[in-house]
Design a protein around this ligand. Sequence first.
Ligand SMILES: [Zn+2]
Length: 284
Amino acid sequence: MPNKAKIFRRIFLLIVLSAGFLFFQFTKKGKQNSAVQKSEQKIENVQSSPAVSSRVAEEATESTGTIPAAVPIFMYHYIRAYANSADPIGENLSVPPQKFEEHLKWLKENNYATVFPEYFKAPNLMTAKPIILTFDDGYQDAFDSAFPLLQKYQMSGMFYLIVNKIGTPGYLTWEEILTMQASGMVFGSHTLTHPDLRNLTPANLEKEIQESREILTQKLGQEITDFCYPSGKYTDAVTKEVKNANYQTAVTTNSGISSLKDDPLLLERLRITPKTDIATLFNR
Ligand SMILES: [Zn+2]
């Protein structure tokens, strides 16, 4: 019987070993399976959430880095030396040429580059410090004073024209406008007659906004896409008509610095007076 017992013991040992081996194999496979699942999850994570977060990072770089979030728009009217205590409004709208030159010099020294209101529709990645210089009403001194100084500092301006005033005393002529255009100056509509747009009949509102654009587009040989509300006055109906007329941007006289997220048909500006100190303005 000792042999039989020996055989039984061997069989028992064999069964225990086999069971142990099978158990070991089973748990090993289980661990392998869960490891595969984990790495698959990792791959999924790489394909979904990190892609979103890297896109957010790119956008953050765009809004805070390469593309400036906001662009200051300066508002000028006359560039002339003008002292008349009986006309304080006229005095306040007149920046002497020497003062204007100081502004351009400061902007140049501080690495600002002029862009146009279209920037709000299509930002230019290459311009680190953009600024828009606007001139309302199309006065004669835009050609005589502003234009040569802008050229001297290799800058450009956006001039809003009152179409029916063009060629009348005190205002730019078509010839001057075309000369300025050939040197990189840009023009927009400031209506036909500079009325308070809030008080017009729908037909007159359409005429002031649409017809001024059509005349300028035809005379300048290029699509006019920028508008300026006379005296900064508008209502929802006015803005709607500006949009219907296919303008891409419109400036107000509301004080502020518009960001790329703002409505491009309600852009805010910084009023520049003879007393404005540009360095103070920027440090404010
Ligand atoms: Zn005006």
